[in-house]
Ligand binder design. Structure first.
Ligand SMILES: Nc1ncnc2c1ncn2[C@@H]1O[C@H](COP(=O)(O)OP(=O)(O)OP(=O)(O)O)[C@@H](O)[C@H]1O
Ligand SMILES: [Mg+2]
Length: 305
């Protein structure tokens, strides 16, 4: 009863095969947990034979593989990041000088064309060159976040300040997406031990994702901070956007995974976010329903006052 429709078919056919006395390969099920989230259970089925060799029953042994799967995921993630980091450092190094030339001379030409009264179409063309080089610049900067882990030491940080700053920083994109944003900051939160620029990057990425997901009309986002227990803080970013399909939920933290239109998302955002949050001893959970919206919950340890 716990399994979803597609999993139910697999379970049934496994039991039927076992009842027929056939060998059944072990299979894994993703089942909802009482407290939210999912557990992964691996089942091994074997027929029990009676004295005449007929099948008297089936024995099913379930093993909780949730933690193993999570650890596997973390190892894969860490390996990807390490490879990506090396690659990124090389790419950024090669790209930076020519890109700087494009951008500097582009600016020069643009101002000259404006001064000397060039054709409108040509002005637009140069502007496009500059916009494109900006995109490459911001992409390489994102890549660098992997390549060079920040050397800055964590310090006691007032979380609400960073959250407010991040919302302010996103003002432009919030306005463009027409999102009504609500901010509920708990008073007197203990400080967190963090590199504030990195936390800033976390919230900017999450708010940006929310803005990208909401409908053109009536987009809403709610950012909340609150104490959780006595030694953790929760930061929640909730939106009423398109939501994330179950199959995609498993992949959204992968570097370069993006469902956005080609050329608009690099798919690095959440990967960077997860990396930073985990480096700060925190966790990130995403709960989403297609058509309803998405809630991202970041939990961070806080300092004793
Ligand atoms: N709030 C959200 N609502 C719906 N889908 C989301 C949300 N946040 C993330 N996603 C999904 O996860 C994918 C990966 O997100 P991520 O931030 O890593 O990359 P991106 O936003 O596509 O690109 P980038 O952040 O690099 O510009 C998105 O393409 C989108 O499919
Ligand atoms: Mg993003």
């Amino acid at each position: 009863r716990l399994a979803g429709p597609s999993e139910r078919v697999r379970v049934l056919s496994a039991f039927v095969n076992a009842l027929r006395g056939q060998d059944v390969a072990p299979f894994e099920l993703r089942l909802p947990k009482a407290g939210g989230g999912h557990a992964r259970l691996q089942f091994t089925l074997a027929p029990i034979l009676d004295s005449e060799g007929g099948v008297a029953g089936v024995i099913a042994i379930g093993q909780d593989r949730t933690e193993v799967r999570e650890l596997e995921g973390q190892v894969i993630h860490a390996e990807r990041l390490a490879t990506l980091g090396q690659l990124a450092a090389g790419i950024v190094h090669e790209i930076n000088n020519p890109l700087t030339s494009i951008s500097v001379y582009g600016e020069y030409l643009l101002s000259k064309l404006k001064r000397t009264g060039a054709e409108h179409a040509d002005l637009k063309r140069v502007e496009r060159i500059l916009r494109s080089s900006d995109r490459i610049m911001s992409f390489t900067r994102n890549l660098l976040t992997y390549a060079r882990p920040s050397k800055e030491e964590p310090q006691p940080v007032v979380l609400n300040d960073v959250v407010r700053e991040a919302v302010g920083f996103c003002e432009h994109i919030i306005r463009e997406a027409g999102v009504a944003i609500e901010l509920s900051c708990a008073e007197n939160l203990p400080k967190v031990n963090a590199v504030s620029e990195q936390l800033h990057q976390v919230f900017v990425n999450l708010i940006t994702n929310a803005c990208n997901a909401v409908p053109e009309e009536g987009g809403r986002a709610h950012v909340t901070t609150r104490l959780h227990g006595h030694d953790r803080v929760h930061i929640e970013i909730q939106d009423n956007g398109v939501g994330i399909r179950a199959a995609e939920l498993d992949r959204i933290f992968e570097p370069f995974f993006s469902t956005r239109r080609k050329g608009t998302g690099t798919g690095l955002g959440l990967s960077i976010v997860k990396n930073i949050v985990e480096k700060h001893g925190g966790t990130i959970e995403i709960d989403s329903e297609v058509g309803r919206g998405t809630t991202v919950l970041v939990t961070l340890p806080c300092l004793d006052d």
